[in-house]
Design a protein around this ligand. Structure first.
Ligand code: BGC
Length: 730
């Protein structure tokens, strides 16, 4: 009887709401937002712009009672108008939990940099769709995922959350992930906007870069993501840009994002990135997040007062709310309410994560075809990195707690930005399962001499090396920590058939590069990482990952050989001068004539590919490139042919830029035609005065390459006419 009454009441409420004009699904999102806004009181409007932390904030404040436990954030809705609250969760690798004794156990994708290393748009989309489904099933309708900061600084502790050093690759891959997430009728968040490219001093540093360079590098990655995926929200970052905090930066928010790019969604702050009421509101900020992290409820009573006193126009407050509501209607948040406790198919999701990991592994070196592992091996020695029980994850807000718990608990730091977590996917077990006739021995690697002794005489030795890093930290250097270089050196000396498997956030130095026969870059490989590694080592999967970032030969090659700021003193404001401008990563290496350890785009396979017939045409002002790719080896495999353009006489920030690629799977002997249309912005230079992209008339060399340093790349020269494009590249 009670149930019947409840259902009747719910139905009555629903039909009342359904009768409200903004619930009419035939109207567009903007119209619906406008109608809902008209029905709101000032107090209701103010609720939308103030975000609450979804967990207790130390001993200071308790979490908002209606927020989901141990979640990132909560924004009150207006139930009387049928407008649901916003439940926010991190992040790009899956559904995270804020520090908690009872974490949500969810599926973790491999790191963002790993997904970028697949260069596979479809895998990025599927990964996004999978984690978005878990977010929805966990009761969240906003996923703080869509990190696209460029890898300008290889020591940056959050590189593993992002998608590498090239704006086209990063923008495109993260756009696919965001599209996948939003296919679940939830909102995703492009972040951290902008030039938040190192963690040391992130709350105080002032990133300096000129407008044109920024538009052709960091901002271009955001612009491409926005255009291709239309994320419902954007998160402004902690740092200052050219003297002004990103979350009260009129240039970033009002001018570039909303005016130049025509962004329609809303801007939320990072947690603890709000510094003012009037400046922020008028600079284009729409929502203060997790206010508990800030000095004050800047968008609470203070904003109400600022509107009353005319410091912030009522129209600005209305526009903040309009943008939030419009994103909610547009992404399907209102029409498809979320609920906690939804069903999650963890087995199917693990396979999505594994497929991503498999395609992300980069075979960096394979001397004497030491890989794939031979079925007849009698003795395999596995060393280090807890490869007996699991695979490493990166730390901080993006950490997804493993299904089945942490495989190696207790490693410091055990609290923020820790704990250090290993997904319980054992490489050892996965290798054993594939070599039933072999003796498989594990040595923990803590004693290089003992490890070398264990390695001597084995058919093959697999040394797992690792570098843990996380949010709020940067790597102190690019060298592997904990004496692992000495370990690898000793093992490789004892047995030349040594293969190194790297579980690192990103680039590391490899003083032992000439001694190791094989090197596999495995990143942080996620929920099924151990299995993915074993499948690639044994050739069940042919490696097809390619580096989304340059691996330098030494830190002296970097634009900043020493990282700016002092991790021990986070109070004194300092500047980071991005003097390299748009010459990020391989562009910097090209410009300076430096030879990296491994170039951007590098990645080997168990087969070979040949490229022929590179040809260009121009259609409706767009450069189109065509070529044929053939698998000339003996096994099936996937390749990533890359197209770069180098101007003959036009002046760019660097000798060449990536303008396109494809990921192609081919059986032995099989060929395919590939065609790529080039975004004209990638052929031009941004002019800040006129806010236009200018393509200079003249010759441009098109290179069809295996990586950014491919000396045998095929090339043709095309003549382009002079062209001017507007700020959106049209
Ligand atoms: C991070 C964001 C994250 C937020 C909420 C901040 O520390 O920088 O990426 O979304 O916390 O957890």
């Amino acid at each position: 009887m009670k149930l019947k009454l409840a259902i009747a009441l719910a139905l009555a409420a629903m039909s009342a709401q359904a009768a409200e004009p903004w619930m009419d699904k035939s109207l567009n999102a903007d119209k619906r937002a406008e109608l809902a806004l008209q029905a709101m009181t000032q107090q209701e409007k103010l609720k939308w712009v103030l975000g609450h932390f979804g967990s207790d904030f130390g001993n200071k404040t308790k979490k908002h009672p209606a927020a989901l436990p141990s979640s990132a954030g909560y924004i009150e809705g207006v139930p009387r108008l049928g407008l649901p609250a916003l439940f926010e969760t991190d992040a790009g690798l899956g559904v995270a939990t804020q520090a908690s004794k009872t974490p949500r156990e969810r599926t973790s994708l491999p790191s963002g940099l790993a997904t970028a290393a697949t260069w596979d748009r479809d895998l990025a989309y599927k990964g996004g769709a999978m984690i978005g489904a878990e977010a929805r099933a966990s009761g969240f309708n906003v996923m703080l995922a869509g990190g696209v900061n460029l890898l300008r600084e290889p020591r940056n502790g959050r590189n593993f959350e992002y998608a590498g050093e090239d704006p086209l690759l990063a923008g495109t891959m993260v756009a696919q992930q965001v599209r996948g997430i939003q296919s679940n009728n939830i909102i995703a968040t492009m972040k951290h906007y902008a030039v938040n490219d190192q963690e040391t001093g992130r709350f105080i540093l002032d990133a300096r870069i000129d407008d044109a360079s920024n538009r052709m590098s960091d901002l271009l990655a955001f612009q491409l993501l926005m255009e291709q995926a239309d994320p419902g929200s954007v998160m402004c970052s902690y740092n200052r840009l050219n003297g002004v905090y990103a979350c009260e930066n009129d240039y970033l928010l009002n001018q570039v994002l909303k005016k130049d790019w025509g962004y329609k969604g809303y801007v939320m702050t990072d947690w603890g990135a709000t510094h003012s009421t009037v400046e922020s509101a008028n600079a284009g900020l729409d929502q203060q997040s997790g206010w508990e992290f800030d000095k004050s409820q800047y968008f609470g009573g203070a904003l109400e007062e600022a509107v009353v006193n005319g410091h912030v126009p009522q129209a600005r407050l209305d526009n903040m709310v309009f943008r939030i509501l419009s994103a909610m209607f547009d992404k399907g948040v209102v029409d498809n309410p979320v609920a906690e406790g939804g069903n999650i198919d963890f087995d199917a999701h693990a396979l999505v994560s594994r497929a991503d990991a498999e395609d992300s592994l980069v075979l960096l070196k394979n001397a004497g075809d030491v890989l794939p592992l031979k079925a007849g091996a009698k003795k395999i020695v596995i060393i280090g990195a807890h490869a007996d029980v699991g695979v490493l994850a990166g730390g901080g807000s993006s950490l997804v707690y493993p299904i089945g718990g942490n495989a190696v608990p207790g490693i410091a730091p055990t609290s923020w930005p820790g704990p250090v977590v290993y997904h319980p996917s054992s490489p050892l077990k996965a290798i054993q399962a594939r070599a039933p006739g072999a003796q498989v021995i594990y040595n923990d690697g803590s004693d290089p001499a003992a490890a070398a002794q264990a390695a001597a005489g084995a058919d093959v030795v697999l040394v797992f090396a690792q570098q843990w890093i996380g949010e709020a930290l940067d790597a102190v250097s690019l060298a592997l920590p904990d004496n692992q270089d000495a370990l690898i050196g000793a093992v490789a000396k004892a047995n030349p058939k040594t293969v190194v498997v790297l579980e690192t956030s990103g680039p590391v130095l490899m003083p032992w590069v000439d001694q190791a026969a094989g090197i596999v870059q495995a990143w942080y490989p996620g929920t099924r990482g151990g299995e993915a590694i074993a499948r690639v080592l044994f050739g069940e999967v042919n490696p097809s990952g390619h580096l989304p970032a340059t691996f330098p030969a030494s830190e002296s090659q970097l634009p900043r050989p020493k990282l700016d700021g002092d991790p021990k003193n986070e109070t004194v404001r300092f500047t980071v001068n991005y003097h390299e401008g748009a010459a990020v990563g391989y562009k910097w290496f090209d410009l300076k004539g430096l030879k990296p350890l491994f170039p951007f785009g590098h990645g080997l396979s168990y087969t070979q590919f040949a490229y022929t017939g590179l040809a260009a045409s121009q259609k409706e002002g767009k450069l189109q490139l065509k070529f044929k790719i053939t698998n000339t080896g003996a096994v099936k495999g996937k390749d990533v042919p890359q197209l770069y353009v180098a101007p003959v006489s036009a002046k760019w920030e660097a000798p060449k830029r990536l303008v396109g690629w494809d990921k192609v799977e081919l059986a032995p002997g099989e060929s395919k035609e590939v065609s790529v249309t080039v975004d004209p912005r990638l052929l031009g230079v941004f002019d800040s005065k006129s806010k236009t992209w200018r393509i200079a008339k003249g010759g441009y060399k098109v290179l069809l390459a295996h990586d950014a340093a491919d000396s045998k790349a095929a090339s043709i020269t095309v003549q382009l006419p002079q062209r001017t494009l507007n700020v959106a590249g049209k």
